[in-house]
Write a protein that binds this ligand. Structure first.
Ligand SMILES: [Zn+2]
Ligand SMILES: [Zn+2]
Length: 331
């Protein structure tokens, strides 16, 4: 059994993994199907994530098939997705249903071993069944989509609402798709023209370079670029009474307090998701053929071609790059 292994920043290799131990109580052994490469995987790879620990096995966007389980809820052959963020279930936040801000949260592939291996063992509390009607290409988007589902619950998007999405990485693209699905009049901007190309002709969305926005204003602005400049620009486009949702992360930015106060604007942060509710909602959206964000998968390649896959992801010119761990490569 092989796995990817990150010895330190920019030192990624493939190696023979340790044989997996015998399953303990409530564990699931999973044969990986797909692993999505995420922006945070790239930050860990580049050594730019402060709380990353090395060496480690990278990867956290995982779907697979159950091989064996000591939890009766999971049987061999069942397709599953995992939440890569562990939670204790005991702290005040967990008890309030906010496992996403658990005091004891750990993120696999960041500060403990991740999932880019042919087979992994996961505690069953972090595993969720994926129904058959969801294609495996849609299923690999469940985890990143859940981030958007969780955030968008905090803002009011309904038919006719003007929505601006700033930044067209995977989260921005998925936010655009979901806001469009909810009937919003969506405009998406990115400074990278190649990213805009990905959205040209997608449903009813408008795409442009931020410099082309002029004096447009929006009911809801979703920040998914995560730079100081981008966050600060969002306030320029917010209508009085508007809502700004921050999904991207940057250490700090300046907020025009007088503008926000005088115009009763709301600024909200949103981190990952609550499991399993937001995953379940993502599955429900993905089961609807009218909502199909699989066009945002730019490439699926065998995990043995990880160098090329990481290079494509690092270029910033593509949408989601997916590693395939089982069966023949699709593209
Ligand atoms: Zn991710
Ligand atoms: Zn907790």
């Amino acid at each position: 059994m092989e796995e990817l292994y990150l010895k330190g920043p920019r030192a990624l290799e493939i190696r023979e993994a340790q044989p997996l131990p015998v399953l303990k109580e409530n564990e699931v052994k999973i044969r990986l199907i797909y692993g999505g490469i995420c922006g945070s995987d790239l930050s860990v790879y580049k050594g730019k994530l402060q709380y990353a620990s090395y060496p480690l096995r990278p990867g956290h966007e995982i779907i697979g098939e159950v091989i064996e389980s000591t939890d009766v809820g999971f049987s061999p052959g069942m397709r599953v997705v995992i939440t890569p963020n562990t939670f204790c279930g005991e702290c005040i936040y967990c008890k309030a249903g906010k496992s996403n801000i658990c005091e004891n949260k750990r993120s696999i592939g960041v500060n403990c071993d991740g999932g880019f291996a042919e087979e992994i063992i996961v505690n069953s509390r972090y595993v969720l069944h994926v129904p058959d009607e969801i294609s495996k290409e849609a299923a690999i988007l469940i985890e990143p989509l859940s981030v958007v589902v969780h955030g968008i619950k905090k803002v009011a998007i309904s038919p006719g609402k003007k929505v601006l999405v700033v930044g067209c990485g995977t989260e921005g693209l998925l936010a655009t798709a979901l806001a469009d699905y909810f009937g919003g009049e969506v405009t998406a901007v990115d400074i990278n023209v190649k990213k805009l190309e990905l959205l040209k002709g997608f449903k009813n969305t408008n795409v442009c370079h931020p410099s082309e926005l002029d004096h447009a204003s929006f009911d809801v602005v979703i920040e998914a670029a995560g730079t100081k400049k981008s966050v600060e620009s969002c306030f320029t486009y917010l209508k009085p009474g508007g809502q700004l949702l921050l999904i991207g992360i940057t250490p700090e930015a300046t907020i025009p307090v007088a503008q926000v106060v005088r115009n009763e604007q709301q600024v909200m942060g949103s981190i990952i998701y609550e499991f399993p509710v937001d995953f379940q909602a993502s599955i429900d959206y993905l089961a609807d053929v009218r909502f199909d964000p699989t066009v945002f998968i730019s490439a699926i390649m065998p995990f043995q071609r990880y160098e090329e896959a990481y290079e494509m992801a690092l270029s910033g010119d593509y949408a989601k790059i997916v590693l395939q761990f089982k069966g023949d490569a699709v593209s």
